[in-house]
Ligand binder design. Structure first.
Ligand code: PGA
Length: 250
């Protein structure tokens, strides 16, 4: 199975010209990384143009966030329907930076369902803000999973990607330890099994939070994940090239 690497460019770069350059660099690296599936989630305002100018097969495009309603009076928002029409086949949903801006579990639940209805792949982001000594974070992760998947039938689990991103490891100096991710992957899978039975095993699990070329290989080997959600290291073509080649070797 190919390793999935999702490049979340966040609010980078500053201009369309720079975004095209970054795409060009990413394309070269992606074409070389045979065992890797690459998804780019650029800022929404660049999505259509990047998708339209991309000549290749290797990269798919995603939206970093979008509204569940297809159209209407939602100033400043982009709908999943619009993102899909602009070329996004993936949707990052419930990212910690969106949750910090007020996105609720109910919003996440609706978006996941709408993305699936549009035949987009939802990347459901979950993860705790902090960890206490008695494992309270596990209850929170379970709650986020249950809420986000509340409208998803068992048959659709194979179309879902779960991105576990502990908030304390996002934009940080160090990623989570692969061993700890392995434990979390087991917990996530057990939770999915409890809800869905065997079909729950079909969801892919990714890790995200301070991934770069130095820690990606061990995370993939020992973290029990099928891929990575990458922020900062994806917004720089040279760094992302090193990362993809490290992933390819792993
Ligand atoms: P980071 O972000 O790689 O810059 O830590 C990861 C994410 O937020 O998806």
């Amino acid at each position: 199975m190919k390793t999935l690497v999702i490049a979340n460019w966040k609010m980078n770069p500053q201009t369309l010209a720079e975004a095209k350059k970054l795409l060009e660099g990413t394309k070269k690296a992606a074409d070389k990384a045979k065992g890797v599936t690459v998804v780019i989630a650029p800022p929404a305002i660049f999505l259509h143009e990047l998708r339209a100018s991309y000549r290749g097969k290797k990269i798919s495009f995603g939206i970093q966030n979008a509204h569940a309603e297809s159209a209407g009076s939602y100033t400043g928002e982009t709908s999943l329907t619009q993102a899909h029409a602009a070329g996004a086949s993936w949707a990052i949903i419930g990212h910690a930076e969106r949750r910090a801006m007020g996105e609720t579990d109910l919003d996440v639940r609706k978006k996941v369902a709408v993305a699936l209805a549009l035949k987009m792949t939802p990347v459901l982001c979950i993860g705790e803000k902090t960890r206490g000594p008695s494992g309270e974070h596990l209850a929170l992760v379970k709650e986020q999973l249950k809420a986000g998947l509340a409208d998803v039938p068992a048959a659709k689990l194979s179309k879902i990607v779960i991105a576990y991103e502990p908030v304390w490891a996002i934009g940080a100096t160090e990623a989570m330890k692969p061993h700890d991710m392995h434990e979390m992957a087991i917990f996530i899978r057990k939770t999915l099994f409890d809800i869905y039975g065997k079909p729950g095993m079909a969801a892919k699990i990714l890790y995200g939070g301070s991934i770069d070329e130095t820690n990606a290989p061990s995370m993939l080997r020992e973290g029990d994940v099928q891929g990575l959600l990458v922020g900062r290291a994806s917004a720089d073509a040279a760094r992302f090239t090193r990362l993809l080649s490290a992933v390819e070797k792993a």
